[in-house]
Design a protein around this ligand. Structure first.
Ligand code: ADP
Ligand code: MG
Length: 473
């Protein structure tokens, strides 16, 4: 027997399906799950904030009409959004009244601040029982979904070791550090999830350092600092994300210091992430920093091209998306410094294609990336320059990176060096390394040669102009 909410939602879908392009329907409506009906409110679950905003922006009209038709004038729609970095218990809910066509939200609180997040404050649960503690782990951030590459191998395997033997390795604390968008939070969750899988009875808590700070401030206000400390001292595995946000917060650092000591003495596992290595952190007390260095600090670097392509494939696989290989390559070539941006580009591309009912082609990807990346200080990568130059001269990229001194290859290599110098912030030495292991003097010489030739040789100048067009938007 189907539940009422399922039937109602199915009826809505039947109407919606007839009224919008199939592709859009598959992209934006199929993944929605109906959850319940209560007091004339139908709750549907959407996979992300982005999804919700997209629905509100594009489909609110049709949603309202169908809800009204199926549920009567009092029918309302509530979204349950699976929040990033949280599990199902940490959802945001937003109510959209179907009877107010002009105003999307009837709750004035929601107008400015759309999200009404249900924040769990674990230590206020009366008579804490182990089972009730919310680990706050995001189920999709698994090890399986975390692609391994040179950029993260150490951090990943240390994380795995910790998950196998929490508190029992010398990696305590395990500190994972690296720039934004490179997978620290993902890895931190993966460790927590794997730990929970192996040791279901262990109390694992993931908390961002901001939330930790807020909880502490609340505890001070409510006179419940003891409860706060007590809560954190009784857990088995503490994962604190982005500890750099404790900078300058002396009282929070102080209470964290004591919690840290207590856990460490009792052989409980501590996992931390930060945007820089402990030695470079400022505004964190020395005694805390020195403890951060007790275990292992492992960094995560920007992924290489191969790893970026694998990450995109993984993401496409889990979202059930198919893209032509040249589009995947193009995305991976163009966005090199931040995996979150890479994923964002993929989502925008899907949105573009479904909105305009277009095929996802290389041209669409190019025009989208141009818009998408322009504002975020786009930097063309050396990899990308080499690829474009090689495509242009129809040379295999391996030759360009080799030591061969064949004339055509030398010329292409010099041009790649010239554009790398011009368009990236890379040092001469780094450019040289990427182009067949040359030294910085060779790169400098290449740049001069290209400049000279462009002044004297018309044909050569044409090459440069053609290529330049491909790089500059
Ligand atoms: P950080 O915490 O370092 O800023 P996140 O962990 O939030 O970065 O990662 C940003 C996005 O990139 C997430 O969606 C994450 O799933 C994805 N990601 C990062 N590293 C990998 C990886 N090695 N494999 C697959 N996805 C990754
Ligand atoms: Mg993070």
């Amino acid at each position: 027997m189907k539940e009422k909410y399922e039937v109602v939602w199915e009826n809505c879908l039947a109407i919606i399906k007839d009224n919008i392009p199939t592709k859009a329907y598959n992209t934006w409506f199929k993944p929605i799950k109906p959850i319940k009906i209560q007091d004339d409110i139908l709750t549907i679950q959407v996979p992300s904030q982005f999804f919700y905003e997209w629905l509100e922006e594009r489909y609110i009209g049709i949603l309202k009409r169908t809800i009204k038709r199926e549920m009567g004038v009092n029918g309302k729609l509530e979204y349950s959004i699976i929040m990033d970095s949280s599990n199902k218990n940490n959802i945001a809910t937003i109510i959209t009244p179907a009877q107010q066509p002009e105003h999307i939200f009837n709750n004035p609180v929601n107008v400015g601040n759309r999200m009404r997040e249900k924040i769990h404050n674990p230590f206020v649960i009366p008579g804490i029982e182990k089972v009730k503690i919310d680990s706050n782990l995001n189920k999709s951030y698994t090890f399986e979904n975390f692609i391994e590459g040179d950029c993260n191998r150490l951090a990943r395997s240390a994380g795995w070791a910790v998950a196998e033997n929490p508190g029992g390795t010398s990696f305590n604390p395990l500190m994972v550090y690296g720039k934004v968008g490179l997978g620290k939070t993902h890895l931190a969750h993966a460790i927590g999830l794997e730990l929970k899988r192996r040791f279901p009875d262990k109390i694992v808590v993931y908390v961002s350092s901001e939330k930790f700070t807020h909880q502490f401030v609340d505890a001070v206000r409510n006179n419940s600092i003891n409860d706060f400390s007590h809560f954190y001292q009784m857990i088995d595995v503490l994962i604190i994300d982005d500890v750099q946000f404790l900078t300058g917060k002396e009282r929070t650092q102080d209470v964290f210091f004591h919690i840290f000591n207590h856990l460490h003495q009792n052989k409980k596992q501590i996992i931390l992430t930060a945007d820089k290595a402990p030695v470079e952190m400022q505004g964190i007390e020395q005694r805390l920093l020195s403890r951060f260095k007790w275990g292992l600090s492992a960094d995560i670097q920007a992924p290489d091209l191969d790893t970026r392509i694998k990450i995109l494939h993984r993401k496409m696989y889990s979202d059930g998306i198919e893209l032509p290989p040249e589009v995947v390559e193009y995305l991976a070539y163009s966005i090199s410094v931040n995996i979150r941006e890479l994923e964002g580009a993929l989502i925008s591309l899907l949105a573009q294609a479904s909105l305009n009912n277009k095929q996802i082609t290389l041209d669409l990807a190019k025009s989208m990336i141009d818009k998408f990346v322009k504002n975020t200080a786009r930097e063309v990568s050396i990899d990308y320059i080499q690829k474009v130059v090689c495509d242009y001269f129809d040379l295999p990229i391996e030759l360009l990176k080799s030591k061969t001194r064949k004339r055509e290859v030398v010329q292409a290599r010099q041009i790649a060096m010239f554009f790398s110098k011009k368009l990236t912030k890379s040092s001469l030495a780094k450019i040289g390394q990427h182009c067949g292991g040359k030294d910085h003097a060779t790169v400098l010489h290449a740049c001069r040669t290209v400049n000279n030739l462009s002044e004297t040789d018309k044909g050569f100048r044409k090459y440069l102009q053609d290529l330049e067009k491909k790089f500059v938007i």
